[in-house]
Design a protein around this ligand. Structure first.
Ligand SMILES: Cc1ncc(COP(=O)(O)O)c(C=O)c1O
Length: 382
């Protein structure tokens, strides 16, 4: 983060869109500085790339706010709107290990707002204490209120009605709730990744590392990140092709949803003209094959970068699979992969990770020659 920006942390300021986005509608009036931005870009030495292909990594997993990943960029705009509307609490919704819900709960607390989270879980667990694993630990540390719903109830009632039910209840109790939709993916939240494109554009202009990127690759879970990146890349000087790998639903759903977000900005463009969406869902949302988990482990071991198995892990796995099947499509291209965070979700997967890595981990009881005399301190630790 550059020094001038660190002084603005938690400040609310009037928002000026990039000149190339100034014709869009729903331009936010204000923005909070919540993220540690710009996030770094560095070369990612992935094994087995097609000939002359380079992959670079945009570290949005390092965006600050307790590992909030891509969510902080949307929240900078959404929470500015909530405060402008006089809200005293935030209502939002997601899966039981939702990174978005956790990021919202943390960022809201910084702005002195309470959070009310509706979390989707299995029928068997809906009336049990959800525990303290991964994102839940952070949510509960910051005092978020949690309402559990079963997957069946969620599918039947839908996220919009569920958040409205909670909003009405809070209004009756005299609260002033502000509702953020699933993943923070509405037209206002889309500005987070339009801004990210401005950031990448400036990094490319000033960096010695890369003069251009041909492709941007990113995970897609609720559509807002992809919508912002694709309209931003299209309108700015970047002109990189955006390739999204969706981890739930299917590409058709996300072309349509991105279209809704783009129409909300009056972008006058078809989503399918500016983004290519492939499925990386595999077994299903937040479910992993042992190959995917082994891939996450292999990438950590060879490059030091930890991918979360639910989003960036699946997207990177999908990208590498596509590179293996269609090397000509990727040969010689400079790719910017956006690491969108989600590390806390990994803690919920530790059993699966362990099961898929049996034999691969290196540990042993240290072999000590007890006749060697102690050289430091008294040794009276216990
Ligand atoms: C870690 C992580 N990466 C990527 C995504 C996908 O972003 P979006 O919801 O904007 O499609 C999400 C949320 O859904 C996420 O939590």
């Amino acid at each position: 983060m550059d020094a001038s920006k660190s002084y603005q942390f938690l400040a609310k300021k009037p928002y000026q869109p990039p000149s190339w986005a100034s014709h869009l509608t729903h331009i936010p009036s204000h923005v909070y500085s919540l993220g540690h931005l710009p996030t770094p870009i560095h070369k990612w030495n992935l094994p087995n790339l097609p000939k002359d292909t380079e992959v670079w990594l945009k570290r949005d997993d390092l965006s600050g706010m307790q590992l909030s990943g891509n969510k902080v960029r949307k929240l900078e705009f959404l929470l500015a709107d909530a405060v402008a509307q006089g809200a005293d609490c935030i209502v939002t919704i997601g899966g039981i290990q939702s990174n978005h819900c956790r990021a919202t709960a943390v960022a809201a607390k910084y702005l002195n707002l309470d959070s009310y989270l509706i979390l989707r879980t299995s029928k068997a667990l809906v009336d049990k204490d959800p525990g303290l694993t991964g994102n839940l630990l952070v949510e509960r540390l910051v005092g978020a209120h949690i309402d559990l719903v079963s997957k069946e109830e969620y599918a039947k009632v839908g996220s919009v009605v569920l958040t409205n039910i909670l909003k009405e209840k809070l209004l009756r109790e005299g609260r002033k709730p502000y509702v953020i939709p699933v993943g923070g993916s509405n037209s206002l939240g889309t500005w987070g990744y339009i801004e990210a494109i401005r950031e990448i554009e400036q990094q490319v202009q000033h960096a010695t590392f890369a003069q251009r990127f041909d492709d941007i690759v990113v995970a897609c879970g609720s559509g807002g990140t992809v919508a912002g990146l694709s309209i931003g890349s299209w309108l700015s000087s970047l002109k990189a092709k955006v390739n999204a790998f969706c981890v739930c639903d299917d590409p058709e759903y996300f072309y349509e949803y991105a279209q809704v977000l783009l129409d909300g900005l009056n972008a006058k463009i078809r989503s399918s003209d500016i983004v290519s969406i492939q499925s990386a869902k595999g077994l299903g949302y937040a479910m992993n094959t042992s190959e995917e988990l082994k891939f996450v482990k292999e990438i950590a071991e060879t490059t030091g970068v930890i991918l979360d198995p639910v989003y960036s892990g699946k997207a990177a796995y999908g990208m590498m699979k596509d590179m293996g099947e269609n090397p000509k499509k990727w040969e010689g291209r400079k790719i910017l992969f956006i690491h969108t965070g989600g590390l806390l979700g990994l803690f919920d997967k530790s059993d699966d990770v362990q099961a898929s890595l049996v034999g691969g981990s290196r540990w042993r009881k240290m072999d000590i020659n007890h006749s060697v005399p102690r050289k430091d301190g008294t040794g009276k630790m216990f």
